[in-house]
Design a protein around this ligand. Structure first.
Ligand code: HEM
Ligand SMILES: *[C@@H]1O[C@H](CO)[C@@H](O)[C@H](O)[C@H]1NC(C)=O
Ligand SMILES: *[C@@H]1O[C@H](CO)[C@@H](O)[C@H](O)[C@H]1NC(C)=O
Ligand SMILES: *[C@@H]1O[C@H](CO)[C@@H](O)[C@H](O)[C@H]1NC(C)=O
Ligand SMILES: *[C@@H]1O[C@H](CO)[C@@H](O)[C@H](O)[C@H]1NC(C)=O
Length: 340
């Protein structure tokens, strides 16, 4: 027992040092100088293979960072003892292109094994998705650790529904210290990618239980959406989130001004006075949008849980950790304490 106590303390200290690392540009400049080039290269190939895939990867930053910080938790597969985030309400049948993250990880593990976290991969790859599709490019802060678990319940509680209105979204983003301007700019991520009929059926046919469509939808656009998503449609059918879905530009905001937003959560940004002026601004000035978007992504990327972490070797599973073994055989702990 006298043996166990001091070792347990070492264990705690180690965890503390692995908590809340300071994020900074160039974090891997010594340990993996090619990391950012490698990520961008894999993303370029993904874009060439399937344009939508880079949008799908970029979405992962939002779904990762809002749920207990940017810690790669969204990438973890379920296990017999852990319900992860992949099957949460917002993510099931919806988040995709995890294989692109796997490809990035594989390339990085080849170049610099065990160095670059999956959480940082999401941050770099999201930036690259935007830069490669015509949007702004920016410097990312790196040095995140990967979580040791994931929580379906937390994802269910936090991630917003496509039905959300602007006032709900303002409050939600405020909880993450993100401003109204950040909310509107970050929603501009929907300048690329697609959504399912599942996400808009209610607004086409029964907005707020009225039995009527959302009155904010432009009538011509509503006809288009009705053709895409008739009442008996396979709700996995997808439509474009804006009218230029493989180009990152401010067309999304022009579409909102014209009543041609795909999701209720998009169109509501023009309906509500608190957000409308930012939609107008970004619809007129693409440079203002790009600047606010990059700032919002960096702020969102700074969200951290402060929990202990690691650098996963496979983004889908936590590293094998001989914890149980160590607790049963404390005399072996000293040798293995680096694992913690
Ligand atoms: C403001 C609140 C937001 C809501 C309510 C929301 C909701 C949604 C929904 C419902 C979809 C379509 C999912 C489907 O039908 O399967 C979607 C797609 C997407 N979202 Fe968001 N989102 C929000 C903010 C964001 C943010 C902040 C980002 C990234 C910075 C983002 C990036 C994306 C992307 C890129 C897609 C297309 C993905 C693809 O094509 O696979 N979203 N979002
Ligand atoms: C916005 O949505 C919230 C939550 O669903 C609801 O309680 C609120 O009444 C809505 N606000 C307006 C002004 O429609
Ligand atoms: C928001 O900012 C406050 C004050 O700086 C800080 O205490 C809080 O932890 C921040 N919240 C998040 C989610 O980062
Ligand atoms: C519309 O929604 C309301 C409230 O959710 C529900 O009671 C009603 O049955 C729905 N109508 C149709 C046609 O689905
Ligand atoms: C979408 O497809 C999945 C299988 O890929 C299926 O389980 C699910 O029920 C479908 N969702 C809808 C809304 O039709």
């Amino acid at each position: 027992m006298a043996m166990v106590m001091p070792l347990f303390l070492i264990f705690l200290l180690h965890i503390t040092s692995a908590t809340s690392p300071d994020l900074r540009p160039g974090f891997y400049s010594k340990t993996c100088p090619q990391s950012e080039i490698i990520v961008r290269d894999v993303m370029k190939k993904a874009l060439a293979r399937e344009a939508r895939s880079v949008a799908s990867v970029m979405r992962l930053q939002f779904h990762d960072c809002f749920v207990n910080g940017c810690d790669g938790s969204v990438l973890l597969d379920d296990t017999p003892t852990m319900l992860g985030e992949k099957l949460s309400l917002s993510n099931i049948n919806s988040l995709r292109s995890f294989e692109v993250v796997d490809q990035v990880k594989e390339a990085l593990e080849k170049a610099c094994p065990g160095v670059v976290s999956c959480a940082d991969i999401i941050i770099m790859a999201s930036r690259d998705a935007v830069a490669l599709t015509g949007g702004p490019d920016w410097e990312v802060r790196l040095g995140r650790l990967d979580s040791l678990s994931a929580s379906q319940e937390d994802s269910d509680d936090i991630m917003p529904s496509p039905r959300a209105n602007a006032s709900y979204l303002i409050d939600l983003f405020q909880k993450f210290n993100l401003t109204v301007k950040d909310l509107v700019a970050l929603s501009g991520s929907h300048s690329i990618g697609q959504g399912r009929c599942f996400s808009i059926m209610f607004r086409l046919y029964n907005q707020s239980g009225t039995g009527r469509p959302d009155p904010a939808i432009d009538p011509t656009y509503r006809e288009e959406l009705n053709r895409l998503c008739p009442l008996d449609v396979d709700q996995n059918v997808t439509g474009n989130l804006d009218s230029t879905p493989v180009v990152f530009d401010n067309q999304y905001f022009k579409d909102l001004v014209a009543g041609r937003g795909f999701l209720n959560s998009d169109q509501t940004l023009f309906t509500f006075p608190q957000t409308r002026e930012f939609v107008r601004l970004f619809s007129k000035h693409q440079n203002e949008f790009f600047k606010a978007f990059a700032e919002g992504m960096v702020k969102m990327g700074d969200l951290q849980s402060g929990r202990p972490g690691e650098v996963r070797t496979n983004c889908r599973v936590v590293n094998a950790r001989p914890v149980h073994l160590l607790l049963e055989y404390p005399d072996k702990m000293e040798n293995n304490v680096e694992y913690m």
